[in-house]
Design a protein around this ligand. Structure first.
Ligand SMILES: [Zn+2]
Ligand SMILES: [Zn+2]
Length: 340
């Protein structure tokens, strides 16, 4: 029996799950941000301002959905240090009106609107000084999850954390495998190897990508940090509950260019249909992933790769001629063998 992980029958909604406005250190207003992304063909936008949970649902319309959330960070010291590690997490609210502030620490309050507005934001978790430690960060993540958030781990390269820290964080639903703002400034922020390490350790994590745009330069500048890395969300409809359900169940993939139209498995053959690609790789947790490369002057839009029976998991990467990469999430044997 053929099993579909991505099917042409499912609608794919183009999303940016990481962005900043003038509510923190971005330059555009939320209204300008929504217009820019909608004009560009996006259907979903999460405005994730630093330490500023906000419900932007008033900007949603039948063809465009705003997700509620914000970005939390924990540093060795609250002040920015170019050379010290820090952890950044995006909190996506499972209900649009949830703007609970998690583990508030006044020393991190840098970019807020008025005191009156700030005072209205509900709080959960310990209000003690944040502490740069695995145990504290795990407590913060746990508090966020218990208060209705999906928590992602952001831009691992930029953050400069020890891998041992990153691999110790629990309750992360997805790794930001690609972060365009960081990539643009030279951080080589494609974290495929880290994602494979997580999967190899049996960590059930999905992957997504985002712009993390701050718009310090105009949208039409070649140095613009908008429209570079995105997530395709395979939701039943463009409604808040359906989109959150799709994210929560891993019905999404990350990309900086190519699209995956079909990802299926029949017996031991993984079948991929995609936009024009130069290379397709089937990662399985081993040292030598199977792959196919297009002949000179040709491109791949459909291919089959054989999955080893010993595979620890599988995930695919589709690479186009510009170096853009589409990354599926990892699928574990208990998710695909039972349906054979
Ligand atoms: Zn960040
Ligand atoms: Zn950010």
């Amino acid at each position: 029996m053929k099993q579909y992980f991505i099917s042409r029958n499912q609608k794919q909604y183009l999303a940016n799950l990481h962005s900043h406005t003038n509510l923190s250190d971005g330059t555009l207003t939320p209204e300008e941000m929504k217009k820019a992304y909608k004009d560009r063909g996006y259907s979903i936008l999460a405005i994730t301002d630093h330490e500023h949970p906000a419900n932007h649902s008033a900007l949603s319309d039948p063809d465009f959905l705003m997700l509620t959330g914000y970005e939390v960070h924990v540093r060795v010291a609250p002040r920015f240090d170019l050379y010290a590690p820090e952890a950044h997490l995006n909190l996506f609210a499972k209900e649009p009106d949830n703007i609970t502030m998690i583990c508030y620490d006044s020393r991190y309050r840098r970019f807020f609107a008025s005191d009156e507005e700030f005072a209205k934001i509900p709080r959960a978790g310990s209000e003690r000084p944040r502490e740069y430690s695995v145990s504290y960060i795990n407590e913060l993540i746990r508090t966020a999850v218990n208060n209705g958030y999906l928590v992602s781990y952001n831009h691992p390269v930029w953050s400069m954390e020890d891998e041992s820290h990153i691999l110790s964080y629990e309750n992360i639903f997805s790794l930001e495998i690609d972060n365009y703002g960081s990539e643009l400034s030279g951080n080589n922020e494609y974290s495929g190897a880290l994602y494979d390490k997580m999967l190899r350790l049996g960590m059930r994590r999905f992957c997504h990508a985002g712009d993390d745009n701050h718009n310090g330069v105009p949208l039409d500048s070649p140095e613009s940090d908008s429209f570079g890395a995105f997530t395709m969300i395979l939701a039943d409809s463009l409604t808040y509950p359906d989109v959150i359900r799709a994210m929560e169940t891993g019905n999404m993939y990350a990309s900086s260019g190519p699209l995956i139209h079909e990802l299926s498995k029949e017996e031991d053959v993984i079948h991929i249909e995609c936009s024009s690609a130069k290379k397709v790789i089937l990662f399985d947790g081993g040292k030598t992933p199977r792959f196919i490369v297009a002949q000179p002057g040709e491109s791949i839009t459909s291919c089959d790769l054989r999955l080893r029976p010993t595979a620890r998991y599988f995930r695919v990467a589709v690479i186009d001629e510009n170096g853009g990469i589409a990354s599926s999430r990892g699928f574990f044997p208990d998710e695909y063998e039972t349906i054979q």
